[in-house]
Write a protein of this length. Structure first.
Length: 129
């Protein structure tokens, strides 16, 4: 299955057999436009438009998606018992995006494919040695 990123940022594929196995054909995103996330009482989770987050990229030659990481994300979207962690992001320092993904590559792309319009994010401070 081919999916389009926001604002002409390109496209990506999730293999059809992964999509079917996760039974995503009839999936409807939850109200609010974002996936249910695990509460983190010590951190503030923000809900932001996916269009504000720069689509993360892989280095050349590295497969974009890993089945062992994407399948649990797709399953969690449909499970009332599962809640995923928010996507960890940094504030962007330049360019058209407000955030860059630090941790949550598969949650970002899974959310796009599933039809979510927003992401729960945890804004992290960059590590400065």
């Amino acid at each position: 299955m081919r999916f389009e990123l926001p604002e002409g940022a390109g496209s990506f594929d999730i293999p059809d057999d992964w999509w079917r196995f996760a039974e995503m054909e009839r999936f409807q995103p939850s109200p609010g436009g974002y996936y249910p996330y695990k509460l983190r009482p010590q951190n503030d989770v923000e809900i932001v438009s996916i269009a504000e987050v720069e689509p993360p990229r892989r280095n050349p030659g590295v497969p974009m998606l890993k089945k062992f990481k994407m399948m649990p994300v797709l399953f969690a979207f449909q499970s009332p018992e599962c809640a995923l962690p928010p996507v960890e992001v940094y504030c962007a320092t330049s360019g058209p995006y407000r955030f860059t993904v630090h941790n949550g590559f598969h949650r970002f792309y899974g959310s796009m494919a599933a039809g979510y319009t927003h992401l729960p994010v945890l804004v992290c401070e960059p590590f400065d040695p």
